[in-house]
Design a protein around this ligand. Sequence first.
Ligand code: DGL
Length: 263
Amino acid sequence: MNSSPIGVFDSGVGGLSLLCELRRLLPNEDFIYYGDRANAPYGAKTHEEILNISKSIFDDLISRGAKAIVVACNTATAVAIEPLRSAYPNLPIIGIEPAVKPARLSGCKRVLVLATPVTVSESRFAALLRANSSDGCEFIGVPCHELAYMIENDKTSEEIEKYMSSVFAPYKEEGFDGIVLGCTHYPLAKNEIKRAAGESVHVFDGSVGTAKRTKALLEELSLNSLARKIGTVEFISSDGSDHLERFYKKIIAVRKSNPIASR
Ligand code: DGL
């Protein structure tokens, strides 16, 4: 079991931002990355569709021997994590949630939590924001209807920055000092988001925390790889394309050329 792969899934390239953190923290693990491009974006789907899709991806990953599954998608986590845990009681399942707590702890005062329309409308999301709001810190959920689609479909930096400026426009007058990237696609456009928001705004992303949680859970269950070799990644795309591998190589190349700025 220790040498079995970890399954990771998202609607497309978004979860690759989390996969990078997982590989950094768990270099000896093998991964199977499932990108459900045929059904993307999830942010425009119903609850029932997201739950059914997630279950069929779980079945696929389990049939390929996954010892644990990381739901590298905030939307699927918000909608389906509890029903998935009930449906697969013996499988370690890790979800990703918006990094609202780190934003609160940082001392930011007014924070925009960017996420898909489905995530923003979830009661789980409202509860997370409520639990972290206090007199000194306000969180505002901001649905970004187009952003995941734009990133998934290789829109240009200029197009993404222009779209994000329109998203931020209603909040500019009162101002904001923090942004939470509540969708795994968004870290892939971090530079464009920062340029549109203003360079002084702090940006928070849940992937590091989720990767740490994955490592801790595997150790707790004694499921961590005992191998000494560097682990592998197998990519599966439901649309049969090689878009995921190409995108992943691009991210790795950018990270190698500028490791600090790409964090
Ligand atoms: N990357 C996903 C998320 O974290 C889903 C984006 C989408 O497919 O709409 O929410």
